[in-house]
Design a protein around this ligand. Sequence first.
Ligand SMILES: [Zn+2]
Length: 161
Amino acid sequence: MKYCYECGTKLTPQMLKGEGMIPYCPQCGKYRFPIFSTAVSMIVRSPQHDKILLIQQYGTGSNVLVAGYINKGESAEEAVVREVKEEIGIDVSELDFNKTAYFARTNTLMINFVCTADTTDLSRVNTEEVDKAAWFTPQEALAAIKPDSLAQRFLRISLNA
Ligand SMILES: [Zn+2]
């Protein structure tokens, strides 16, 4: 970030106690920390932990993980529960942090969790947002997930594959 996102003034690095050199706007009199979005993605396991949920969206035909942006004021864990409920229509619990990764194309920090569904029933999937949702064994999921995607990386880390 070279210019202030409020007023457009050129930023200059200035020492901030405890943080080091931080871009500073002399016009606004404020430090300007980097701005990016934060999102969660979820490795949703079946109640028995033997299957993994993959979905297809937006007509791409690619199998990916359920994911969504974190709302302002919301914790990452709350976003996990809300997004799975909104998109798949099921409740999840047993959230475990897995890994984060920065996705440059959308300037988004992705926070990946493993969580457990309370049912394998996919009859309440939100068909406006999700083209297809299905359960896969871990081996099937590794083979089916979108190649060279963040989802694939998260899944491999989680499964030690
Ligand atoms: Zn400014």
